[in-house]
Design a protein around this ligand. Structure first.
Ligand SMILES: [Mn+2]
Length: 408
C-alpha cells in the first residue's frame, strides 16, 4: 500500500474535519513471538505495516496538518528486533512528511490540546473483564487534563470512506477471492473420507502461501457433518466420516483485504438425497438474495428476503410448520460488509451504494440431522446492480459432483 493509495484517503478525510477536529490513530503493538497484525484504520490511512506508531492529524485555522510518531532505534535491540522504521522510510511509504519520535508524543500533544475540540481515535472496545485498549490508555492523560475535549470513536468518521472501495481495493479483494477459490477447488478435488478437517485446511493454506498470500483473513472453518451446524466452529480437528457434508468458510488476506467464501461438498462422490434437498434450498435462497443486490437496498432488507426464502423451503423440507419458526434453523444475518476487516465497517440500516462490497451467505443448520449448509459469495455493488466477485468458484450441485467424481 503506497503513498499514491493512502494520500487521497487522507485528503478525503481532511475534507470531513472542521476546525479543532483531530484524529489520533495508534498502530497495534507487537506481541512477543507473535505474527504482527496491523490496526486496520491505521493501515488504511498510512499504509504502514509496522508496530508502535501513532498518526496524528487535525485542522486548525482552516489548515490540515498531519504527522507520524515512530520509535527511536535502540542500537542494543537491533540484533533482537531488526532495524526500526526510519523517518525517511516512513515518509517514503506513507507520503506523510512530518515525522517525530514517540518520546515527543505527549509534549507535541500538550501544545495542541488548547486548540482541540474533538479527537477521533481508534479507541476500540474493552469488555469489563479486559484491560483498556492501547488508545484508551494513551489518551487517559488528555481526558484527565483537558476534559473539554470530546473523544470519539474513529470508526464513525472513517466508515463512509472505508465502505467505498476504489479500483485498487477491489483488485486486492479479487486476488484474495481468486486464490481462496483455487484452494477450495484443491480441497474439493482431493478430500477423502477418513481425513482430518485440518488436513483440508493445510491444502488451502499451501495454495495461499504458494500464491504469495501469507495469512488468513480470519480463522478458517472446516467443518464436517454436525460440526457445520456450529456457526463459528474453528477447531477443525475432527475426522471426516463417510457420507458427511463438509462446510468450508475460508478467506485469504491480500494486502490486508480479506476474502470470505463458504462452499460445501459431499465427502463421497455425490450428495445424498437429503443433502441435495437442503443444499438446493439454500442455493435457491442465495441466488434470490444476490439478484436483489443493488444501490439503495439495505442489509436488513436482504435479510428479510433471505428469511422468507429459507422459511418457505424449510416448510417444504418438513422442518417447520410456519414461517415464523425459521429462527430455529437460520439465525444469523445474510450479509456483512467486506474489506480490510472480514466484518468490515458499515451498518445494517445503511442503503447500499456502488463501490460497496458485501457477502451473501444464507444457511440452514439442522443439528438433529447432523448437517449444516451455508453458501457464501462476495458481491460488489455496481451502479446498475451487482457483480459477484466469487462467481468462478463452483456452487451448482452438478459442478461439485463432477469434481468429486474425479477424486480417486
Ligand atoms: Mn462471512
Amino acid at each position: 500500500m503506497t503513498a499514491e493509495i493512502t494520500a487521497p484517503r487522507r485528503e478525503r478525510l481532511a475534507e470531513l474535519l472542521s476546525d479543532g477536529e483531530n484524529l489520533i490513530v495508534f498502530a497495534n503493538s507487537q506481541g512477543k513471538l507473535q505474527k504482527f497484525s496491523q490496526d486496520k484504520n491505521f493501515l488504511y490511512l498510512t499504509g504502514l505495516n509496522h508496530p508502535e506508531l501513532i498518526y496524528v492529524a487535525g485542522k486548525f485555522g482552516g489548515r490540515f496538518n498531519d504527522m507520524l510518531f515512530i520509535e527511536r532505534s535502540d542500537p542494543e535491540r537491533i540484533v533482537w528486533e531488526g532495524e526500526k522504521l526510519s523517518p525517511e522510510e516512513a515518509t517514503r511509504i506513507s507520503g506523510i512528511k512530518r515525522v517525530r519520535y514517540l518520546d515527543e508524543f505527549y509534549t507535541t500533544l500538550s501544545a495542541m490540546c488548547p486548540m482541540m475540540k474533538v479527537i477521533h481515535a481508534n479507541l476500540g472496545f474493552a469488555a469489563l473483564n479486559q484491560p483498556p485498549t492501547l488508545a484508551m490508555h494513551m489518551l487517559q492523560p488528555v481526558r484527565d487534563r483537558h476534559p473539554q475535549i470530546e473523544i470519539r470513536q474513529l470508526n464513525d468518521l472513517i466508515a463512509p470512506l472505508r465502505k467505498l472501495k476504489d479500483a485498487w481495493e477491489i483488485q486486492q479483494l479479487q486476488k484474495a477471492i481468486d486464490v481462496t477459490g483455487q484452494g477450495i477447488l484443491d480441497i474439493m478435488g482431493s478430500a477423502r473420507p477418513g481425513m482430518m478437517e485440518y488436513q483440508l485446511e493445510a491444502t488451502l493454506f499451501y495454495r495461499m502461501q504458494d500464491s504469495g498470500l501469507h495469512t488468513w483473513g480470519f480463522a478458517p472453518i472446516i467443518a464436517a457433518g454436525i460440526n457445520a451446524a456450529t456457526l463459528h466452529y474453528d477447531k477443525n480437528n475432527c475426522q471426516i466420516g463417510k457420507n458427511e457434508l463438509v462446510l468450508m468458510d475460508v478467506g485469504a488476506d491480500c494486502n490486508g483485504y480479506s476474502a470470505d467464501i463458504t462452499r460445501c461438498f459431499p465427502i463421497g462422490t455425490k450428495f445424498t438425497a437429503r443433502q441435495k434437498q437442503i443444499y438446493q434450498a439454500v442455493l435457491d435462497a442465495q441466488k434470490k438474495v444476490i439478484a436483489s443486490v443493488k444501490p439503495g437496498i439495505k442489509l436488513s432488507e436482504l435479510n428479510e428476503i433471505t428469511k422468507k426464502g429459507l422459511a418457505q423451503a424449510a416448510i417444504s423440507l418438513g422442518l417447520i410448520d410456519s414461517e415464523d419458526q425459521i429462527g430455529r434453523y437460520y439465525m444469523h444475518g445474510v450479509s456483512h460488509f467486506l474489506g480490510l476487516d472480514t466484518h468490515d465497517l458499515g451498518g445494517r440500516e445503511a442503503a447500499l451504494e456502488a463501490g460497496n462490497v458485501i457477502t451473501v451467505e444464507p444457511g440452514l443448520y439442522i443439528p438433529e440431522e447432523r448437517i449444516g449448509v451455508r453458501i457464501e459469495d462476495d458481491v460488489l455493488v455496481t451502479k446498475t446492480g451487482h457483480k459477484v466477485l466469487s462467481a468462478k468458484i463452483p456452487k451448482e450441485i452438478k459442478d461439485i459432483e463432477k469434481i468429486r467424481r474425479q477424486v480417486t
